[in-house]
Design a protein around this ligand. Structure first.
Ligand SMILES: Cc1ncc(COP(=O)(O)O)c(C=O)c1O
Length: 391
């Protein structure tokens, strides 16, 4: 048994590194922005929006306060043309997502309709199709863990049923499906810059992405008190702007972002090399395993037999792990009133799902230590499961 704690611990996510790894450059940015007195909607926001749109090959990017607001703004801006989301209208999403996805649908005035995910943990198009009713207005897939859903299937469902596609790309900046970036498929999308996200800032931040100039203009007004570029109030709006300081930091980080994605993909391969023969766990698809996709591994999400015991054993060895969303899918939270949804596959998945450390500061040696601790845990234990090591 692997009971001895490691000489040093491996946290699930080393938050201080978000600052310490680039401290000098960040302090210079802070000084520059501060000395210019450039705090709200200044050139750094505009530059970052331009560079982000270029990176995604998208027409428009609008910095917002966080991706939850971004999804709300995307929904409202995209639905405005047809009179908004009237009460009783439904938006379909995968229950394996952050509560934020459903909250945005709720606050946009519609009913969130949770559905099952498939074997790769992303929204299952067959489940989406089965959930479509005359009240359905939109499908809101979450591009989970840095991987895109089956966008061909979802686009064709939207076309056939006259539905809007809005993407929750909070976890998927740079992920691609058939060469197109997450965030550029539907009418609009939102991305998160929470510190632990793929591209993180020093607090909350987000962006709305769209290829439609009308939606972009509405989103820009919605995020700034309803004001248009000329300062005229066009309608009711929020205050959900991306801070100029955060935009300056994100713009600096975006320049090095390609290398960060390659690093995550290399670590995913290292996990795969080390763990592929462990029968009791199911790994995410490897990088390069699917010619249609470029996965960027926001998270490394496994299924593990004896998950809670494994988690405790890893913790005793100084290795941090996380249960996604606090351990429950959205429909499982009593307070949200979505418990009537019957999602047995997702219920089962949430008994075994576990996030292992995955971030750019993780080393191959640490991956080997984590893999060794997992193997030590299973050695000599019998869980009676078959080898389901591919998904
Ligand atoms: C899938 C998903 N959707 C939405 C959000 C909300 O993003 P934010 O924290 O920027 O509001 C997050 C993460 O925080 C997320 O992981």
């Amino acid at each position: 048994m692997h009971t001895a704690a490691l000489a040093r611990s491996i946290p699930f996510f080393p938050y201080p590194q978000v600052f310490l790894s680039e401290e000098d450059d960040l302090v210079s940015i802070f000084r520059d922005v501060g000395r210019r007195g450039a705090f709200i909607l200044q050139r750094d926001v505009a530059h970052f929006e331009e560079n982000l749109a270029r990176f995604l090959n998208a027409r428009h990017a609008i910095g917002v306060a966080n991706a939850t607001d971004g999804l709300l703004i995307a929904l409202r801006a995209a639905c405005a043309e047809t009179g908004g989301l009237e009460p009783g209208s439904e938006v379909i999403f995968s229950s394996h997502t952050m509560v934020a996805t459903a909250a945005a649908i709720h606050f946009a005035g519609a009913t969130p309709v949770p559905v099952e995910c498939g074997a790769d943990h992303l929204i299952d198009p067959a489940a989406v199709e089965a959930a479509i009713t005359p009240r359905t207005r939109a499908i809101l897939p979450t591009q989970l863990n840095g991987r895109t859903a089956d966008m061909d299937a979802l686009e064709s469902l939207c076309a056939r049923h006259g539905l809007l596609l809005i993407e929750d790309a909070a976890q998927a900046l740079g992920a691609r499906f058939r060469g197109r970036c997450a965030g550029t498929f539907g009418a609009a999308a939102a991305i998160s810059f929470f510190p632990a996200k793929l591209l993180g800032c020093l607090g909350d931040g987000g962006a709305v992405i769209t290829g439609d100039s009308e939606i972009a203009a509405r989103a820009a007004a919605l995020h700034d008190h309803g004001r248009g570029a000329d300062g005229e109030i066009r309608g009711w709006g929020l205050n959900s702007r991306l801070d100029n300081l955060q935009a300056a930091i994100l713009d600096y980080r975006l320049q090095k972002y390609g290398a960060a994605l390659e690093r995550r993909r290399a670590l995913a391969q290292a996990y795969r090399d080390a763990l592929a023969d462990v029968e009791e766990i199911v790994l995410p698809p490897g990088p390069g395993g699917d010619p249609d996709r470029f996965d960027v591994y926001q998270n490394y999400e496994i299924e593990a037999q004896g998950r809670d015991e494994l988690r405790a054993s890893l913790a005793a060895s100084g290795i941090g792990t996380l249960l996604p969303w606090g351990g429950k899918a959205v429909h499982q939270w009593e307070a949200l009133g979505l418990r009537t949804a019957r999602l047995p596959r997702t219920d089962r998945l949430f008994e075994s799902v576990l996030l292992l450390p995955m971030h750019v500061w993780l080393t191959e040696e640490e991956v080997a230590e984590i893999a060794g601790a997992i193997k030590d845990f299973y050695r000599g234990r019998v869980f009676g499961g078959r080898n389901r090591n591919e998904r």
